[in-house]
Design a protein around this ligand. Structure first.
Ligand SMILES: Nc1nc2c(c(=O)[nH]1)N[C@H]1C(S)=C(S)[C@@H](COP(=O)(O)O)O[C@H]1N2
Ligand SMILES: [Mo]
Length: 448
C-alpha cells in the first residue's frame, strides 16, 4: 500500500495511473499524488469501474449514491478499521507499496541467523505470476543467447537430476536499501534498513548448467527473464531483466535455486525457480526464472542501464543531475551491518549487561571486524564475530554492553570488510537514485 494511496479509493485508482506511466513508476507516483490531491477537490471523480470495485471491497452490491462521493474519500467502513495491510506468507513486514508489492522487514525481525521465508523482504518491479498459473512439474528454464552454443530447455526435475545440487546461505540486499535517508530524497521505494535477507538456497550451479549448453568464447554477460508481468501487462515487455558478468555468473555460489530453507521458495520471492547471485544488488537475482541468455555484450534488458542500479563514477554534490554516460552499474555491494537485538526503543535495567547482536556482510568480500559504540561513535568496542556459513553469507556478531549510568543511549554498529573499508557513520555519497547507503545502523535504548 503506497504511502501516497492511503485509502481504497486511491488504491483502485493506482492501476490506471501505473498503466499510463508504466515506463516510469517514479513519474507514475508523482502523477498519482498530483491526481489524488486534485481529486479531493472534485466530485464525481470515481469511474463506474472503480465504484464497482469499491462496492465489492465493502461487501456491498452497489453504492447507490456513489456518483456523489467525493473522490479520494476513505469509506467509513475502511477508515474505522485498524487492520494493517498484510501479505500472504509474510510476517510483520512493513508494506511500502502494493502495486508493485514492496515490503521490508523491521531490523529486530531479522534476528534469525538464517532468514525464514516469512521474514524475507519483497521487491517486485512488476506483477508476479499467480500461484494457480504455476505448475512446478511443467515449469521450464530455457538457456539461450547469442553466446550459447547449444540452447536447451530444462524442467526443474531435469535440473535436479542432471546437475549436482548445492546448498548455500546467500545474502541478498536491494541496491536501494537505506534510500529513505538520502537528502534531497531520491525517488523509488523509501526503504529504511530492512531490504536485506540471508536465507539458505538449494539449487544447481549456474556454471554447470551454462557449461552443459556450451559457453562461446565471446561470452561476457548473462541476462535473466522471469515470468512476472510488466505493470502495463504488455506481454512484450519485461518488468525487469538484469544480469551479471560471466565471472560472477560462473562462481561457485551462483545458483539456479528451487528451494529456500529446504522448502519451496515463497511465491513473492520467486517460486518455483530463481537465480541467486549473492552479495550483488538483489536486482541481479531473477525471480520466477524462465530464461537465461548468454550474451556477447553487456546484457541490455529493462533496468540494466543507467540510471537504474547505477551510481555516478565520481562523487557528486547532493541534488546534482548526473548524465547517464557518467554512471556505472553497481556490482558488489558495500560493507554493512544490522543490530537485530534488542529492538530499538526498549528499556533496559541499569546494572545488567545487555546482550547486543546482529549480522554483518560485505558484498563479495567477508567482514573482518564489527565494532559497537554506545557514545555516538566517540569510542568503539570490538564485537565477537563469527565466520560465515559459507562465502557470501552474512556473519553473526554479538557483544555484552554495560552502561555507565541511567539515561538515553544509542547503540551503533560498524562493520569493516576484509579490505579495510569501514561503514561510514553518516549517510555516504548522495546519488540520483539513492543506492548504496551503508551508514551505521543505530538503535535506541533507555537505561532505567
Ligand atoms: N523477475 C523478477 N526478478 C526480480 C525482481 C523482479 O521484480 N522481477 N526484483 C529484483 C530486485 S530489484 C530485488 S532487490 C530482488 C528482491 O528479491 P526478493 O523480492 O525475493 O526479496 O529480486 C530481484 N529479482
Ligand atoms: Mo532491488
Amino acid at each position: 500500500m503506497s504511502k501516497k494511496t492511503p485509502d481504497s479509493a486511491g488504491h483502485s485508482d493506482t492501476r490506471g495511473i501505473h498503466e499510463l506511466y508504466a515506463e516510469d513508476p517514479v513519474k507514475a507516483d508523482q502523477q498519482l499524488w498530483d491526481r489524488e490531491v486534485d481529486a479531493t477537490s472534485r466530485r464525481g471523480f470515481l469511474k463506474r469501474s472503480s465504484l464497482l470495485a469499491m462496492a465489492s471491497a465493502l461487501g456491498a452490491s452497489a453504492i447507490p449514491f456513489g456518483d456523489k462521493m467525493p473522490g479520494g474519500l476513505i469509506p467509513a467502513a475502511f477508515a474505522n478499521t485498524t487492520e494493517p495491510f498484510t501479505l500472504e506468507g509474510k510476517d510483520g513486514l512493513t508494506v511500502l507499496n502494493d502495486r508493485p508489492i514492496n515490503a521490508e522487514t523491521p531490523a529486530h525481525l531479522l534476528d534469525d541467523r538464517v532468514t525464514p521465508g516469512s521474514r524475507m523482504f519483497v521487491r517486485n518491479n512488476g506483477l508476479p505470476p499467480a500461484m494457480e498459473s504455476i505448475d512446478p512439474a511443467t515449469w521450464t528454464l530455457e538457456i539461450a543467447g547469442e553466446s550459447c552454443e547449444k540452447p536447451m530447455t530444462f524442467t526443474i526435475a531435469e535440473l535436479k537430476e542432471k546437475f549436482k545440487n548445492y546448498t548455500y546461505q546467500l545474502q541478498i540486499e536491494c541496491g536501494g536499501n537505506g534510500r529513505s535517508e538520502f537528502v534531497p530524497s531520491a525517488s523509488g521505494n523509501q526503504w529504511t534498513v530492512g531490504a536485506v535477507a540471508c536465507p539458505s538456497f538449494t539449487g544447481v550451479r549456474v556454471r554447470d548448467v551454462l557449461e552443459a549448453c556450451g559457453i562461446k568464447s565471446d561470452a561476457v554477460y548473462i541476462g535473466y527473464y522471469g515470468a512476472d508481468e510488466h505493470l502495463s501487462r504488455d506481454p512484450n515487455k519485461a518488468a525487469i531483466s538484469r544480469g551479471v558478468p560471466m565471472s560472477k555468473a560462473l562462481e561457485e555460489e551462483s545458483l539456479i535455486a528451487w528451494a529456500m530453507n529446504d522448502e519451496d521458495i515463497p511465491l513473492l520471492n520467486g517460486y518455483p525457480l530463481r537465480l541467486v547471485c549473492g552479495g550483488w544488488p538483489g536486482s541481479v537475482s531473477g525471480k520466477w526464472l524462465k530464461k537465461i541468455v548468454i550474451r556477447n555484450k553487456v546484457h541490455d534488458g529493462p533496468k540494466m542501464s543507467a540510471p537504474s542500479y547505477s551510481v555516478p563514477k565520481y562523487p557528486v554534490a547532493p541534488g546534482t543531475e548526473v548524465p547517464k554516460s557518467d554512471m556505472v552499474t553497481i556490482e558488489s555491494m558495500p560493507v554493512k551491518s544490522l543490530v537485530t537485538f534488542p529492538k530499538s526503543g526498549i528499556t533496559h535495567a541499569m546494572g545488567q549487561a545487555l546482550a547486543v547482536r546482529g549480522h554483518a556482510w560485505a558484498g563479495d568480500l567477508s567482514v573482518q571486524d564489527v565494532y559497537v559504540s554506545i557514545d555516538f561513535g566517540a569510542t568503539w568496542q570490538r564485537a565477537e564475530l563469527e565466520e560465515p556459513a559459507n562465502r557470501l553469507a552474512w556473519q553473526h556478531w554479538s557483544l555484552q554492553v554495560v552502561f555507565p549510568e541511567k539515561g538515553y543511549y544509542e547503540i551503533w554498529a560498524r562493520a569493516v570488510d576484509s579490505e579495510g573499508h569501514s561503514q561510514p557513520m553518516v549517510v555516504p555519497g548522495w546519488n540520483p537514485r539513492g543506492y548504496l547507503n551503508n551508514a551505521c545502523h543505530r538503535i535506541a535504548v533507555q537505561v532505567a
